[in-house]
Ligand binder design. Structure first.
Ligand code: HEM
Length: 498
C-alpha cells in the first residue's frame, strides 16, 4: 500500500496497480490506439475497466478519471498542483503557438487576465453589432444555397463564420471569409495544422529534428502561411497603437492589449507571447464553436419536436424577424441555449482534458507522482442514468425542468463541464454561446432543415484532432414559408449596417 498523503485524502493504490489494457513491451498501449478515435478508445476502456484506469504510451503512464468529483478536483487544483502537459507546451513551442492554452506557471498567470479581459461579457456586448452583421452574412450565404437547392458543406461554412467572428472580436479585423469568393485560407491552414499537432502530441516518441522536418513537409507551408497572417494582424495592431497612443491604455481588442503589454517595460510579455496567443485564439475559437454548432444542427434535424420547441421560442422572441437584433432577445433564448447544453452533453468537442502533476498528490485514492499524467474524460459523467434519465436521448427540455425536477437538474448540471472547470476554464465561453445562439436562431427563423447528415445518412463518425468533429456533415435547407400570426420577416437587421 502506498502511503502518500495530502491534506484531505490518503492514497491506497499506486497508479501502476490500477486496472487497464495490457501493455506491450517497450511501446505500452501505443499500438492499440487509433489516433483519430483516441477519445472513443478511452471511453471504451473506461466502460471495461471502470474509473480510474491506467494505460501507457512507452514510458509515459496515464491515469484516466471519469467521476465528476475527481475531474473537478483535478481541474480546480491548477495551476499549482496540475498543469497542461510538458509535451503540449514543447510541441506548441516548436510550432510557434505557445499561448494561453499551452502556457504554464508565471507565463500563464501573466497572460490569463489579458485574454479574459478581451473575451469578457462586457467586450461581447460591445462587439454584439458586429456579431449580428457576421450572422447576417451567414444567413445570406445559406439563403442563396437554399434557393439554388445546393448542398452545404456544413463545417466548412461554420468555420468561415467562427473565423470571421474570432478575428473580428480578438483582432479587430473584418476578414469576411463568408462572402469572399475564393478559398477560406485561414481555415484550410488550420485544418492541416491541427491534426499535425495532435499527431505529434500522441506520438510514442519525440522524433529527431531531421525526421520531424521530413514529416512536417506537408504541414510546413500551412504553418508558415498562418504565421504570416498572424504577423499581419500584429503589424496592423501596432500601427493602430502608433497612430492613436491613447489605445495603449484603453485597447479596443485582445491583440492591441497584447501588443501594448509587450511594449511596457518589464512586462515580461514577449513577441512570441503575442504571436502565440493570436494563433491560440484562432485554434481555440474556430473548430470548437463550429463543431458544436454542426452537432447541434444535426441533433435538431433528427429531433423535430426539439426543433419545434426551439423555433416556437425564436418566433416569439424575434417577433418574426430574420435574426437576433438585440442583447435582450439573445438573453431570452433559453430553449435554444438548452439545445446547446444538451448537444455539448452528448457531443462534447473537448472530450478529454490532459493534466500533468507538478508534485506528488492523490486523486481518487490513487497516488499520483510528480510528472505523471491524469486525463479527465469529460463525456461519461454526463451520461449517468441517475443524473440524466435516458441519458442517450437528446432532450433539451430536461435543462428547463421545473419544481422537483429543477432541483435534481441543478445537481446534475455539475456533471457536464463542456468548457472545463476551475482557474483554466474556457475564457471564450461567453463568445461561443453568443455565436451558437445567434446562428441557431437565424437558422430556425429562416429555414427548414431538409437534411443534415453525412454521406450515406446515419450518425456521423466522431473524429478527434485536438477538437472532436463530426465527419462529413452536409446540410440542405429550404426557405421557410410564411408564419401565421407573425410579422413578415424583416429583410435586414437594424444592426446589420453597424
Ligand atoms: C463551444 C465552444 C468551445 C468549447 C466547447 C470550448 C472548450 C474549452 C475547454 C474544455 C477548455 C479547457 C478548459 C480547462 O482546461 O478547464 C478550453 C480552454 C480555452 N478556450 Fe475554449 N471552448 C470553446 C470556444 C472558445 C472560444 C470561442 C475561444 C476564444 C476565441 C476559446 C478560447 C480558449 C482558450 C484561450 C483556452 C485556454 C484557457 C486556459 O488554459 O487558461 N474557446 N476551451
Amino acid at each position: 500500500m502506498d502511503s502518500t498523503t495530502t491534506s484531505d485524502t490518503v492514497a491506497t493504490r499506486a497508479m501502476d496497480a490500477l486496472p487497464g489494457p495490457r501493455p506491450w513491451p517497450l511501446v505500452g498501449n501505443a499500438l492499440q490506439i487509433q489516433r483519430e478515435r483516441f477519445h472513443l478508445q478511452l471511453e471504451e476502456w473506461a466502460r471495461q475497466y471502470g474509473s480510474p484506469f491506467t494505460f501507457s504510451i512507452r514510458e509515459r503512464r496515464f491515469m484516466v478519471v471519469t467521476q465528476a468529483d475527481s475531474i473537478g478536483q483535478v481541474l480546480r487544483r491548477r495551476p499549482d498542483l496540475f498543469r497542461r502537459t510538458e509535451r503540449i507546451e514543447k510541441v506548441s513551442a516548436q510550432m510557434g503557438f505557445l499561448g494561453l492554452f499551452t502556457a504554464s506557471g508565471d507565463t500563464w498567470r501573466r497572460q490569463r487576465p489579458m485574454v479574459l479581459a478581451g473575451l469578457d461579457p462586457a467586450h461581447i456586448r460591445q462587439f454584439f453589432p458586429a456579431l449580428v452583421k457576421v450572422t447576417d452574412r451567414l444567413r445570406r450565404r445559406w439563403e442563396k444555397a437554399a434557393r439554388e437547392g445546393a448542398v452545404i458543406d456544413l463545417q466548412a461554412d461554420l468555420m468561415r463564420y467562427t473565423v470571421d467572428v474570432t478575428t473580428g472580436l480578438a483582432f479587430g479585423e473584418d476578414l469576411n471569409t463568408l462572402e469572399s469568393a475564393g478559398d477560406a485560407t485561414i481555415q484550410q491552414h488550420l485544418n492541416v495544422v491541427m491534426p499535425a499537432l495532435f499527431k505529434r502530441l500522441l506520438s510514442p516518441m519525440d522524433p529527431p529534428a531531421w525526421l520531424r522536418r521530413m514529416r512536417d513537409r506537408e504541414m510546413e507551408p500551412h504553418l508558415r502561411a498562418l504565421r504570416t497572417a498572424v504577423h499581419d494582424f500584429i503589424a496592423k495592431a501596432r500601427a493602430a497603437l502608433q497612430a492613436r497612443p491613447e489605445l495603449r491604455e484603453q485597447p479596443q481588442n485582445l491583440i492591441q492589449a497584447l501588443v501594448a503589454a509587450r511594449d511596457r517595460p518589464g512586462s515580461g510579455v514577449t513577441d512570441e507571447d503575442v504571436a502565440g496567443n493570436v494563433l491560440t485564439m484562432l485554434l481555440a475559437g474556430e473548430d470548437t464553436t463550429a463543431n458544436t454548432l454542426a452537432w447541434m444542427l444535426w441533433h435538431l434535424h433528427r429531433h423535430p419536436e426539439a426543433a419545434a420547441a426551439a423555433r416556437e421560442e425564436v418566433d416569439r422572441v424575434l417577433g418574426g424577424a430574420n435574426g437576433v437584433h438585440s442583447l435582450e432577445q439573445l438573453a431570452k433564448l433559453d430553449v435554444v441555449e438548452a439545445c446547446a447544453s444538451e448537444t455539448m452533453r452528448l457531443k462534447p468537442v473537448a472530450p478529454f482534458i490532459m493534466n500533468q502533476a507538478l508534485g506528488d498528490t492523490v486523486v481518487e485514492g490513487v497516488s499520483v507522482r510528480k510528472g505523471q499524467m491524469v486525463i479527465c474524460l469529460m463525456r461519461p459523467p454526463g451520461l449517468q442514468e441517475q443524473e440524466f434519465p435516458q441519458p442517450e436521448r437528446f432532450d433539451p427540455l430536461r435543462w428547463r425542468a421545473e419544481g422537483a425536477a429543477a432541483h435534481a437538474m441543478a445537481s446534475a448540471k455539475r456533471h457536464t463541464m463542456p468548457f472545463g472547470a476551475g482557474p483554466r476554464m474556457c475564457p471564450g465561453r461567453y463568445l461561443a454561446l453568443a455565436e451558437i445562439k445567434l446562428a441557431a436562431a437565424m437558422v430556425l427563423a429562416n429555414f427548414e432543415l431538409e437534411e443534415v447528415a453525412p454521406e450515406g445518412g446515419g450518425e456521423p463518425r466522431e473524429r478527434i484532432a485536438i477538437v472532436m468533429a463530426p465527419v462529413g456533415l452536409k446540410m440542405r435547407l429550404r426557405p421557410r414559408g410564411p408564419r401565421a400570426g407573425l410579422n413578415p420577416a424583416t429583410p435586414t437587421s437594424p444592426a446589420a449596417g453597424a
